[in-house]
Design a binder for this molecule. Structure first.
Ligand code: APR
Length: 169
């Protein structure tokens, strides 16, 4: 059973083996977590992402999937990039958000990562309601069999932290 922790802060500072990035399909950077990770991690991460675009992911990383790169200058060893679904009022995309957490843990297992930090995937620019984003995140991590010993959700604001705290309790 994986141990779940909550931290209020900036995921780029997380002292874990792997940090999960809320990326977009291009893998070429963006705002929010994506921007912060590339800014703090440095150009090595983008170089590795460009290599992925030139090989395995010529058409970009599909929503729900996950792939690892170096973490550059971050305290972590790896960044696991995953693409969350954009929230939709008319279409239930929960399965894709579940896949982000499940596939990120599978990639962590392939790496041999024992500690992993997740942001609240899709709960920013992609407008997923934070309460539901927290429910899906915590439930998926709890039911996914993985070698990862500890998952830390790093929440960037009080509202997100409260939503996750209400879910784990
Ligand atoms: N550390 C931890 N959490 C953060 C950080 C940070 N440094 N910066 C932002 N967050 C939080 C946001 O407050 C939100 O709760 O991460 C959550 C996810 O927000 P986004 O980063 O906007 O990610 P997402 O909603 O999945 O949208 C992805 O945004 O940045 C672009 O390139 C990215 O196109 C992609 C889209």
């Amino acid at each position: 059973m994986v141990k779940v922790e909550l931290v209020r802060g900036d995921i780029t500072e997380a002292p874990v083996d792997a940090v999960v990035n809320a990326a977009n399909s291009s893998l070429l950077g963006g705002g929010g977590v994506d921007g912060a990770i590339h800014r703090a991690g440095g150009p090595e991460i983008l170089d590795a992402c460009r290599d992925l675009r030139a090989s395995r992911y010529g058409r970009g990383l599909p929503t729900g999937q996950a792939v690892a790169t170096t973490a550059g200058r971050l305290p972590a060893r790896w960044v696991i990039h995953t693409v969350g679904p954009v929230w939709s009022r008319t279409e239930d995309r929960s399965d894709l958000l579940v896949s982000c957490y499940r596939n990120s843990l599978a990639v962590a297992d392939e790496l041999g990562a024992r500690t992993v930090a997740f942001p609240a995937i899709s709960a920013g620019v992609y407008r997923w309601p934070i309460e539901d984003a927290a429910r899906i995140a915590v439930e998926t991590v709890k039911v996914t069999s993985t070698e990862v010993a500890e998952v830390t959700f790093v929440l960037f604001d009080d509202r997100a932290y409260e939503a996750f705290a209400a879910t784990v309790s």
